[in-house]
Write a protein that binds this ligand. Structure first.
Ligand code: IPM
Ligand code: MN
Length: 365
C-alpha cells in the first residue's frame, strides 16, 4: 500500500494539510489505498516533543514512501535558540533524507495572469522550473559560527562548500527534467566572485558533455538571472542553481505566478538501487503565514498541488496528477479566489476552495 507521513507543522500548515487530506480521502474512496501517518514538526514539535523534529518522526519517515510537509515557524518561536528554531526541523529532514533535488515549478494559471505584479503578456502561459540544490552550500557548510573577537567585535561566519559529486548529480537531474520538457537548462552561479561558482560551471559543463548534449545548456550569473526572470521569464525552461540562489530565485519565480500561495515543490533524493524507491518530501513554497493562521482563509492550492507532485513523482499516478492540476485550474477559471489572490473579488475560504477543487475532480475522474 502507498504510504505517506503528514507533517502539518505550524501556522497555516495544519489548515492547508487538512484540506489536502480531503483530497487524499477522495483518491482513497476510489481505491488508491494511501496509508497515512501523522507527526509533528517545527514549533509545535518543540512544544510537545522537545525538538523541531524528533528521532521517532525521522524513523517513521524512513518507513514511508513519501512525506507531505506543511509549513513551520511563527512569532511565538522567535526567541528559541538557533538549534531549536522551527526551520531547523525542515533543514534536518532535508539533510537526513538527502533530498538534494528541489523541484519548484512556477506555472501561471491563465485565470491568474492578472494577479501577477507583472504585465499579463510577460507571465501568461509561464511554465518554468527552478531546480534548487537543497542539501549543500552555505545552508550546511562548516564552520558556521558567531565568534566573539574580544575587542567589542563579533565575527559571523557561514561557509559555502560544494563538492564535485553534489554539483554533478543536481546538473544531471536538471538535464533529465529538461528532457521531459523543452530541452533547455540555464545554470546560474556567481563565478565572477565565488570559487564555488567556478567549480559549479565546470562540473555542469562536464555533466552536459557526458551524454546530455541533446539538451541546450546556457549559463547566467545569478544576479543577471534574477533580472532576466522578471524581464522575460518565458525565455527559461529549467533553471538549476545552488541552495541559496535557489531560495531567492524561487521566491521571485513564485511572485511571477501571482502568489506564493500557489506554488508546490518536491524534494527528491537519489534512487535507492535496492528498493528502486526515491526518498521524497513535498511541501508548498509558502511559509506558515502566522498573520492569517487559524482564520480558515489560507490558500490550500500550493499544498494540494504538492500532493499532486507526490502522485506524479512518488506514485507514478500521472493521470491522477494531471486531473488534480486540471481541477485546480478549473476552480480558478470559475473565478474562485482565496484572499491572497482575490484582488477585489469576494474571497472564498480554505474549505470553499477545497470543495470546488473536489467538485471538479469528481467530474474529471
Ligand atoms: C524555503 C524556506 C526555507 C529555506 C526556510 C524556511 C528554512 O525559505 O523552503 O524556501 O530557506 O530553504
Ligand atoms: Mn525560501
Amino acid at each position: 500500500m502507498p504510504s505517506l507521513l503528514l507533517l502539518p507543522g505550524d501556522g497555516i500548515g495544519p489548515e492547508v494539510m487538512a484540506a489536502t487530506e480531503r483530497v487524499i480521502d477522495f483518491f482513497n474512496r476510489r481505491g488508491a489505498g494511501f496509508e497515512l501517518q501523522h507527526g509533528l514538526v517545527g514549533g509545535s514539535a518543540v512544544d510537545k516533543e522537545g525538538a523541531p523534529v524528533s528521532e521517532e518522526t525521522l524513523a517513521i519517515g524512513e518507513a514511508v514512501d513519501a512525506i507531505l510537509f506543511g509549513a513551520v515557524g511563527g512569532p511565538q518561536y522567535d526567541e528559541l535558540s538557533y538549534e531549536m528554531r522551527p526551520e531547523a526541523g525542515l533543514l534536518r529532514l532535508r539533510k537526513h533524507f538527502e533530498l538534494f533535488a528541489n523541484i519548484r515549478p512556477a506555472i501561471c494559471y491563465p485565470a491568474l495572469a492578472d494577479a501577477s505584479s507583472l504585465k499579463r503578456e510577460v507571465v501568461e502561459g509561464l511554465d518554468i522550473i527552478i531546480l534548487r540544490e537543497l542539501t549543500g552550500g552555505v545552508y550546511f557548510g562548516e564552520p558556521k559560527t558567531i565568534e566573539d573577537l574580544g575587542n567589542g567585535q563579533k565575527r559571523a561566519i557561514d561557509t559555502q562548500i560544494y563538492d564535485t559529486y553534489e554539483i554533478d548529480r543536481i546538473a544531471r537531474a536538471a538535464f533529465e527534467l529538461a528532457r521531459t520538457r523543452r530541452q533547455h537548462v540555464t545554470s546560474m552561479e556567481k563565478r565572477n566572485v565565488m570559487k564555488s561558482g567556478v567549480l559549479w560551471r565546470e562540473v555542469v559543463e562536464d555533466a552536459h558533455k557526458d551524454g546530455n548534449t541533446d539538451i541546450t545548456l546556457s549559463h547566467m550569473l545569478a544576479d543577471a538571472g534574477a533580472m532576466q526572470l522578471v524581464r522575460d521569464p518565458k525565455q527559461f525552461d529549467v533553471i538549476v542553481c545552488d541552495n541559496l540562489f535557489g531560495d531567492m530565485l524561487s521566491d521571485i519565480a513564485a511572485q511571477l505566478t501571482g502568489s506564493l500561495g500557489m506554488l508546490p515543490s518536491a524534494s527528491l533524493g537519489a534512487v535507492d538501487e535496492r528498493s528502486g524507491r526515491r526518498r521524497a518530501l513535498y511541501e508548498p513554497v509558502h511559509g506558515s503565514a502566522p498573520d492569517i493562521a487559524g482564520k480558515g482563509i489560507a490558500n490550500p492550492i500550493a499544498m494540494i498541488a504538492s500532493f499532486g507532485m507526490a502522485l506524479q513523482y512518488s506514485f507514478g499516478m500521472v493521470n491522477e496528477a494531471k486531473a488534480l492540476d486540471g481541477a485546480i485550474a478549473a476552480a480558478l477559471a470559475d473565478g474562485l479566489r482565496t484572499a491572497d489572490i482575490a484582488h477585489g473579488v469576494t474571497p472564498v475560504s480554505t474549505n470553499e476552495m477545497t470543495d470546488a477543487i473536489l467538485g471538479k475532480l469528481e467530474k474529471a475522474l
